[in-house]
Design a protein around this ligand. Structure first.
Ligand code: ADP
Ligand code: ZN
Ligand code: ZN
Length: 819
């Protein structure tokens, strides 16, 4: 009989951010009365290290077969994961066949996982903070901090003679008496920021007079003033940049009493948006109402709006409504680097409630965003790439997924290999979150959901402002080659259209999805192309960088070799057309045109991308040459022509989605032409050797419906998604024989279990990357089967396979719903 004095120990299940198959059981023992909280972080011993994990469950059942170790410390008073998030992670771990640890690892910013190594120091401003009401432990700790440089959790624990010093530490941190050491290093004095605005008391008339004067006498001053008027108030640097002026221009207006400058702390109290949202056109208003009705009926909505129809405007009105009722809105975009235009626009409407979240932000910024969205004081709009779907959003009232067809919503590596749009769809159906997907070229699978009645499809078929969809022409390269009318990579048709467009003073975008000078370096004697030492692909010729480069592993040969390694001949030539080469050919064909190039090589530097776009938008260039970066969501008013240098590679790519992708890519890039209603209808020239291809004809006709119909028939016939669920297993090993053998054994084992649902092993087109040889198995399961069942069986088979010492170093990636 136990007495009431010895309480039953409590056990906690902890998820540490590692690929472990299970949660870990620890004993909870609190010396100072703290109780465990589900969703809070704890520090636990594992192996020889300490880890920060998250409490997943609390119970009274001791583990079988071993004695549970004790939790070292509780890090948070309150959960840092919401219960909705925990449900979602559990579903994701299950669906994407990864561990909860991998989910937590992917979601939490690194800084939040390293708590056990945190050291605290005396706050530099501690003397200004009150020590009233501190308990003995806090005072002891504070005294120690006055004399010691820094203290770790263990030091504090020894000093106080207690196991869990966390509460005392937290109190000091919260009262501004102590500081985490990393924070001290990052704590730079807030630099003041200069803002400019119209000076107090300047009347409308004085302003008009000033503008009129500047318009005649000083156009730079005029530009600056217009920028400030447009914004109301704006950071000085930004005003100068946007108006292409400098500090002296600002000073001139200050001297005249028209502008004034104010120094502000960068962390301003919440600043509301200043700009008014534009009124919706009647077509947009109808779409808005239909979307709204769908959301009220708790159905996810697909806004299928052609390029330039103003989907962003429709979202903006939906967002405004959710924000006004104090909710959080999650706005997912494919690539944050490409959205400076969008974010600026949203900030103008919504001010400081806009948060941007992206994996490339610093750890500290991401941690700050995490904490601020976890406990939202007010409405918030979070704009982010796919990882933002993993944030804690307790007041989530709306999710918008823009360009929902974009493959970048799917994570490839490492696990969890999730698709942010599909996760959003799960949230809509299981957690009742209103969801809007938007695209001009919706994914075939999304359209299918619409046909099944699982989504409400709202069309928006006209462009804003009376602009027409561009007119698309195919340039038949076969014919032009025969007629000898090609000049380098340019057909006569494309050259003529470029000529006409430039003469009208409009801009041209040229699209070629290959960076570098030429995609291959080939021997004209024997046909051999130089390949990467470590990967199974041709090396790319680069002019600016010099030499040959591998785009997969970074391997390069500089300078390019003089002899063919196959036959020794010196007759080596760059083959094919990269963006650099197009730029070079343009210099000859259009010597007076101002040409900009936008690809990974020209945009590596921070902000280079935004600068290029801004310069192009300001018509500082006539022609923009670029890779897929130029296809995405850009909104330029002066583009009259888009040229696609070659559509052929897209049409021969070995993947069941390649036609869909080609349609999307071509339609999106074409959609950059003729967006403003002013001027003639935009034109697009697509160069191809397959001018009869059915897909290109659907692109020319803007016939997305026909594409979807055809694709769905094909996919049903050949058993591809959405009619089956696919799981792809990728096996990698440094030794080609080992991977071949392993793949064979695994395939046989799985075929025994799942029969013909298992395809492969196959050698993918790119069969070796960075000296890792690759084989793939593809599993296709009928939609009528319950995924939970076959996933468990598959998991068990994989575990058994990996336990075999022969396959010890064979890496297996599991990709569910591969994109
Ligand atoms: P989409 O995302 O559908 O391609 P955008 O939302 O970028 O289209 O809109 C295309 C262009 O038309 C943008 O320059 C946008 O500012 C403008 N526009 C769209 N709707 C309106 C509106 N209601 N009032 C004013 N401008 C609009
Ligand atoms: Zn050769
Ligand atoms: Zn390589």
């Amino acid at each position: 009989m136990s007495t009431a004095k010895s309480p039953t120990p409590t056990f906690v299940e902890v998820v540490v951010p590692l690929a472990l198959p299970k949660t870990l059981t620890y004993k909870w023992f609190s010396s100072n009365g703290e109780s465990p909280v589900v969703g809070s972080r704890v520090v636990v011993p594992l192996g020889r290290k300490k880890w920060t994990g998250v409490i997943w469950e609390i119970h009274q059942i001791p583990p079988e077969g071993y004695v549970a170790k004790e939790v070292e410390a509780l890090v948070d008073d309150a959960p840092i994961l919401t219960s909705q998030q925990r449900d979602m992670f559990a579903w994701m771990a299950d669906h994407y066949m990864c561990s909860l640890g991998e989910m937590v690892g992917a979601a939490l910013p690194a800084g939040m996982k390293l708590e056990s190594t945190t050291r605290i120091v005396l706050h530099p401003d501690a003397s200004n903070a009150s020590e009233d009401g501190l308990d003995d432990q806090c005072i002891m700790l504070l005294d120690a901090l006055h004399v010691r440089e820094d203290m770790g959790i263990r030091d504090c624990s020894e000093l106080l003679g207690i196991k869990h010093p966390q509460r005392a530490i937290r109190t000091l941190l919260q009262r501004g008496l102590a500081l985490a050491k990393e924070e001290l290093n990052e704590r730079v004095k807030p630099k003041l920021v200069s803002w400019v605005r119209i000076a107090q008391g300047v009347e409308e008339e004085a302003l008009s007079a000033a503008l009129a004067w500047a318009g005649v006498k000083a156009v730079a001053m005029e530009r600056l003033l217009l920028t400030v008027i447009e914004e109301g108030e704006i950071p000085k640097v930004q005003a100068q940049k946007r108006s292409r002026t400098d500090a002296s221009t600002v000073q001139k207006w200050v001297d005249r009493g028209i502008l004034e400058v104010e120094e502000r702390e960068p962390a301003r109290p919440s600043r509301p948006g200043t700009a008014k949202m534009p009124q919706l056109s009647s077509a947009q208003a109808k779409a808005y109402n239909d979307v709204h009705a769908g959301l009220v009926a708790r159905k996810p909505v697909l806004l299928h709006g052609v390029t330039g129809s103003g989907k962003t405007e429709v979202y903006t009105h939906l967002i405004a409504e959710a924000l006004s009722s104090g909710q959080q809105v999650l706005f997912l975009v494919p690539e944050i680097a490409l959205t400076t235009q969008l974010i600026e626009r949203l900030r103008r409407f919504f001010g400081d409630v806009v948060h941007v979240y992206h994996s490339r932000f610093s750890d500290r910024e991401r941690t700050e965003t995490w904490m601020s969205v976890l406990q939202p004081g007010a409405a918030q709009l979070i704009v982010g790439a796919r990882s933002a779907v993993l944030l804690p959003l307790p007041k989530l009232g709306l999710i918008v997924v823009d360009e929902e067809h974009e493959p970048s919503f799917k994570q490839h590596d490492p696990a969890p290999r999730y698709h942010a749009r599909d996760v959003a769809l799960w949230m809509a159906s299981r957690q009742d979150v209103p969801l809007v997907l938007g695209s001009a070229t919706p994914a075939v699978e999304t359209q299918w959901l619409g046909e099944q009645g699982l989504l409400q499809v709202v069309p928006l078929t006209e462009r804003f402002g009376g602009a027409l969809l561009p007119e698309i022409f195919l340039a038949d390269l076969r014919k032009e080659h025969k007629q000898r009318s090609m000049r380098g990579g340019f057909s006569k048709m494309l050259r003529d259209e470029m000529d006409a467009t430039l003469k009208e003073g409009r801009q041209v975008i040229l699209f070629q999805n290959r960076r570098g000078y030429a995609p291959a370096y080939q021997c004209t004697q024997c046909g051999h192309a130089a390949t990467c030492e470590r990967c199974d692909i041709p090396l790319v010729v680069h002019k600016t960088l010099g030499g040959l480069h591998c785009h997969h592993c970074g391997y390069h040969e500089r300078p390019a070799p003089a002899n063919c390694i196959s036959c020794g001949s010196t007759a080596l030539k760059p083959q094919g057309l990269g963006t650099e080469r197009i730029e070079e050919e343009l210099a000859e064909l259009f010597p007076t045109a101002r040409v900009a190039r936008m690809d990974l090589d020209t945009t590596r530097k921070k902000k280079a991308h935004a600068k290029l776009l801004e310069a192009f938008a300001n018509v500082e260039y006539d022609i923009l040459v670029g890779t897929q970066m130029v296809s995405k969501g850009l909104d330029f008013a002066h583009v009259g022509l888009v040229g696609v240098m070659s559509a052929d590679r897209m049409l021969t790519f070995p993947d069941f989605r390649s036609f869909e992708r080609a349609y999307q890519m071509l339609t999106q890039v074409a959609g950059r032409a003729g967006r403003s209603g002013a001027g003639a209808r935009g034109k697009v020239v697509i160069q191809t050797f397959s001018a009869d291809h059915w897909l290109l004809h659907h692109v020319v006709d803007h016939n997305h419906k026909a594409l979807v119909r055809r694709e769905l028939i094909e996919r049903q016939t050949y058993a591809y998604p959405p009619y089956v669920r696919m799981i792809r297993l990728t096996l990698k090993h440094g030794d080609p024989q080992r991977v071949e053998a392993g793949a064979g054994v695994l395939a046989a084992r799985l075929q025994q279990r799942f029969g013909e649902r298992v395809l492969g092993p196959d050698t993918p087109a790119l069969s070796r990357i960075n000296d890792q040889h690759i084989r793939q198995l593809t599993l296709k399961f009928e939609r009528s089967l319950a995924p939970t069942q076959y996933r468990k069986l598959l998991q068990a088979d994989l575990e058994e396979f990996s336990a075999d010492p022969r396959w010890k170093r064979l890496r297996i990636n599991i990709d569910v719903d591969p994109a």
